[in-house]
Write a protein that binds this ligand. Structure first.
Ligand SMILES: Cc1ncc(COP(=O)(O)O)c(C=O)c1O
Length: 468
């Protein structure tokens, strides 16, 4: 899509050489032709008015008008009354080129069970707009300067209080580092740990193997997959892996949905102490818990051994790119130093807006609304599977907005996914989150964050023959 500038004339970088023997008009024409050919100016993009460009370049308006007319005649530009002078379509098909058949639009899907995506249509636009406006209106002038790379002190206080209250975390503001989502928090923490010699990172299998391994490699280390069973990460296998960092999602493992059992929690922390290792807790969707009391954060049990990373990507929207990292005292300095190098801190106004959202109670209210929405979808998924595919077992439903089902014996995951797509339902196999498919049972991961109740019901009814 061409850039649609405001009513002001857009800026255009052109340089004329007044010492050159080439006439100024020829130079201007050449530069504009070149800008169109190279795509610096895209089809339909509006050029400055001849008056503005003439003033910018110190030329007469007549000269610029002549230049535009010449380029219109050559087919580089088009000029229409009321819409100014614009770049013509460059790749118009030649007369002898057969018209390309336009691709028929794909029929809409009955349902897309994409996991990991919250309801984008219910992102709290009004609340966020209120929070940004409030932040902008009330921030002191100093807030517009560079800030602490670890984050706005006020937001760090708010987050620490929130994490103590809701996640039973051992949190103080001085150990909270505001970051651009989980991904950035993870990358920075792994860099800090690698610098201390902890560069081999265990990642749950199935899990975010690609994401964690890529971050570990970028930090100069590597990732090593460690299996997860019905109780969570296999601590014996973790011990054998040689890793001195383990990235886990204890409250609702991604993607199995398993909750790390109390016994495993203690064994995991014992491993960390025995190996002088660190556990990185991915606390990504614990806000949405349905059938039990909330599970406290692992960090609360061992603040010196656990880095806990949270995000608003599931609770508000991924596009906000906001999160927090709660680190042991010894990591505050190294993490702050890396954060300073990476970006000098998260944009302050966004931080102030998040603080205002949480302090005003709007964040909690949004979570309550969303919990109820996701809970209805979760019930719809359970009911639809019970009705149409009663032999399937659903697991991982304790929290978040995805669940897992098994598949009939002998069925290939990818085959089901492909055949479902022919029925216009997008399904997701667990295989994409595994290090290997060998010897693993077929499973489907059903996301219902961005999939409404009707889509859930119709989607399951449509693919029922594949699940039986
Ligand atoms: C397991 C897991 N944790 C955390 C996140 C959130 O990442 P971010 O905060 O960078 O959006 C995701 C995003 O999909 C995820 O899959």
């Amino acid at each position: 899509m061409a850039a649609e500038w405001s009513t002001f004339a857009p800026e255009l970088l052109l340089t004329l050489d007044r010492e050159s023997a080439a006439p100024l008009r020829a130079q201007l024409e050449d530069q504009l032709r070149d800008a169109v050919r190279r795509g610096r100016l895209a089809t339909d993009e509006r050029l400055p008015s001849s008056r503005t460009l003439a003033a910018d370049l110190g030329l007469s308006r007549g000269l610029v008008q002549e230049c535009y007319e010449q380029l219109v005649a050559e087919g580089y530009l088009v000029s229409r009354r009321g819409s100014g002078t614009r770049v013509a379509p460059v790749h118009a098909p030649a007369a002898d080129e057969p018209p390309r058949p336009s691709a028929a639009p794909a029929p809409p899907l009955v349902a897309d069970f994409v996991p990991g995506v919250p309801d984008l249509g219910l992102a709290p636009r009004e609340d966020w707009a209120w929070a940004v406006r409030t932040a902008c209106r009330t921030a002191p002038n100093t807030a517009f300067d560079y800030g602490d790379p670890c984050g706005d002190p006020g937001l760090r206080e708010v987050l620490a209080a929130y994490l103590r209250r809701v996640r039973a975390a051992d949190a103080v503001a001085s150990r909270v580092v505001v970051c651009a989502g989980y991904q950035q928090g993870l990358s920075i923490v792994l860099r800090a740990l690698a610098a201390e010699g902890r560069s081999l990172v265990a990642v749950e299998d199935p899990g975010s193997i690609g994401t964690v391994t890529a971050a570990a490699r970028a930090a100069g280390g590597d990732g090593v997959p460690v299996p997860v069973d019905e109780q969570g990460i296999d601590v014996d296998a973790l011990d054998r892996s040689g890793a001195r960092v383990a990235v886990v999602a204890p409250a609702h493992q991604w993607p199995t949905g398993v909750v790390l059992s109390p016994e495993r929690r203690h064994r995991l922390l014992a491993w960390a102490r025995a190996r002088d290792a660190l556990v990185v807790e991915d606390d990504y969707d614990a806000e949405f818990r349905y059938d039990r009391e909330p599970i406290g954060s692992l960090q609360g049990l061992a603040p010196d051994r656990v880095v806990s990373i949270g995000t608003v990507s599931k609770s508000l929207a991924p596009a906000l790119r906001l999160g927090w990292t709660l680190v042991p005292e010894s990591l505050v300095g190294p993490v702050a130093a890396i954060k300073q190098v990476v970006d000098r801190g998260v944009p302050t106004l966004d931080q102030l807006a998040l603080g205002a959202l949480i302090e005003s109670g709007r964040y909690d209210r949004h979570l309550r609304r969303m919990r109820s929405t996701y809970s209805q979808r979760r019930e719809a998924l359970v009911a639809a599977l019970a009705e149409h595919a009663p032999d399937r077992t659903i697991t991982g439903l304790a929290a978040g907005f995805h669940a897992v089902t098994d598949l009939p014996a002998g069925v290939e995951e990818e085959d089901v996914v492909e055949r479902a797509l022919e029925l216009r339902v997008r399904l997701y196999g667990m295989g994409r989150y595994r290090s290997t498919l060998a010897g693993t049972p077929p499973r489907l991961v059903f996301g219902f964050g961005n999939t409404g109740v009707r889509a859930v019901e119709e989607g399951i009814a449509t693919v029922a023959p594949l699940l039986r």
